[in-house]
Write a protein that binds this ligand. Structure first.
Ligand code: HEC
Ligand code: HEC
Ligand code: HEC
Ligand code: HEC
Ligand code: HEC
Length: 170
């Protein structure tokens, strides 16, 4: 009876909204996401930068994170300083403000997801979950972030798949 108990508990957690899991609509590929600065992955990967050089997964490794503006300015102090996009970047850096990057992939708060566990421990490449980022000037959602896509891979890779793996049940 144990699995039944945890299913009820997850439903209780999502209380008020849904009694059972109903997949939301997910259109793939998603529309290109407009960002506050016209940053291109393609250009920067071609310049020799690496994924984890910018997305460092510090501490407990939950978030991939975005690089600090000062890091970008390490190059853009001198590269393309006449560009309007770089001037926006320089202003954020000067004001010690983070660029408000718009998220492309977004899980609801009730899901427990840790990047380092997948990338460092399980050695899963970024592309399995994010597509061919190195070839993109503008990002869009390429891969599913729905529950069934998590669970399909977990089943294939013999990773745990109980409800409380990805949802807190207390
Ligand atoms: C197993 C699937 C998976 C893998 C592998 C993966 N990601 Fe993610 N990534 C996600 C999901 C899911 C989200 C949304 C997380 C959220 O909203 O809490 C995300 C979010 C992000 C974000 C937004 C910031 C953040 O931390 O939420 C960045 C940046 C990112 N991933 C970069 C990377 C990079 C770089 C790699 C490879 C080094 C990578 N990801 C590997 C699934 C994955
Ligand atoms: C290793 C050096 C380096 C770093 C670090 C770097 N860039 Fe760049 N960036 C470049 C190069 C090289 C170009 C291409 C310049 C060209 O077109 O001649 C470029 C181009 C750009 C452009 C296009 C400018 C234009 O108008 O053509 C933007 C915007 C940009 N970078 C933003 C960023 C942001 C945001 C970061 C941090 C997340 C960053 N860069 C980090 C080297 C770097
Ligand atoms: C120079 C720093 C830099 C490098 C190198 C870099 N990224 Fe990013 N990444 C960014 C910035 C800035 C954003 C936010 C703007 C955007 O979405 O294009 C971002 C956004 C993302 C996102 C969208 C996250 C979300 O949900 O909002 C993913 C996924 C991602 N990067 C994956 C990668 C992968 C995979 C690589 C290596 C192939 C990589 N990045 C290399 C700076 C970098
Ligand atoms: C491409 C395959 C793959 C995808 C997609 C994937 N995972 Fe995983 N996940 C794994 C593997 C393999 C492990 C086992 C990692 C380890 O312990 O080395 C794991 C482990 C986990 C764990 C820790 C399990 C535990 O208790 O040890 C959680 C939580 C998790 N994943 C959540 C998610 C969520 C949420 C998603 C979807 C947004 C997702 N995963 C998508 C392969 C995947
Ligand atoms: C491997 C990770 C994983 C496992 C295992 C998992 N889920 Fe999920 N669950 C997710 C992700 C990711 C989402 C958000 C995306 C979506 O709605 O598909 C989600 C969303 C949900 C939602 C919708 C919450 C909301 O309000 O948006 C419910 C309800 C839910 N899960 C119940 C369950 C139940 C019940 C089980 C056990 C049978 C379970 N989950 C097992 C990853 C997981």
């Amino acid at each position: 009876m144990k699995p039944v108990i945890s299913i009820l508990m997850v439903c209780a957690l999502a209380a008020g909204q849904q009694k059972t899991y109903k997949p939301k609509e997910e259109k793939l590929p998603g529309a290109p996401v407009k960002q506050p600065i016209a940053y291109s992955h393609k250009t920067h990967i071609a310049a020799g930068l690496t994924c984890t050089g910018c997305h460092t997964m510090p501490g407990d490794g939950f978030a991939a994170t975005y690089p600090k503006e000062a890091f970008c300015m390490g190059c853009h102090q001198s590269i393309k300083t006449d560009s309007a996009e770089i001037q926006k970047l320089a202003q954020f850096s000067k004001d010690k403000k983070s660029v408000p990057w718009v998220k492309v992939y977004q899980l609801p708060d009730i899901v427990w997801f840790n990047h380092a566990l997948h990338v460092k421990d399980a050695k899963i490449g970024c592309g399995e979950c994010h597509g061919d980022v190195a070839q993109r000037d503008v990002l869009f959602q390429e891969k599913s972030a729905m529950m069934n896509s998590c669970m399909d891979c977990h089943a294939k890779r013999s990773a745990p798949n109980g409800c409380d793996t990805c949802h807190a049940t207390q």
